[in-house]
Design a protein around this ligand. Sequence first.
Ligand code: MN
Length: 193
Amino acid sequence: MKNEMPRLQYPVNGLEPIISAETIEYHYGKHLQTYVTNLANLVKGTKYEQCDVEEIVATAPDGGIYNNAGQVLNHTLYFTQFAVAGQCRLPEGRLAELIDRDFGSLDELKRQMEDAAIGLFGSGWAWLSLTPDGKLQITREGNAGNPLRSGARPLLCIDVWEHAYYIDYRNRRADHVKALWQIVDWQAVADRL
Ligand code: MN
């Protein structure tokens, strides 16, 4: 992945009422744009200048370059995993098999991921990822954390920084998290396997 803004596969108001156009305008248009700009400035003249974003997240020491690369990667995965409600595709094939094997059902996966997101103290992310030995796992990462940092393949994420939900849900993080399932496009998740 290059350090650049991902193209949205939906109109800016396409995720309403789950995520408003105003939230997309700020979260995508301002927060993510700032991470992309900051990362571009920070890597200039360093050994990370030619690296892709995943490589920086996996290898950079804690600090500004790692934090901004993490947020570019996290938000790119976040904004490209959604589709217009009613047009989202369910898990199929290998992804559906892994979900059944490792969680028993899609509902149980959702429940565990909601718990991870709602229970995270402060800013961060809940993740579904694939471990190096091929098992699905749910983890909770503070700040710019991404499971790639510990060798797992990131598949699906929930952003619980307040900027992700405060315009639309104010302090009701749980309501936001539970509503997100209506716009998760599981085929986009499967494509990351
Ligand atoms: Mn965010």
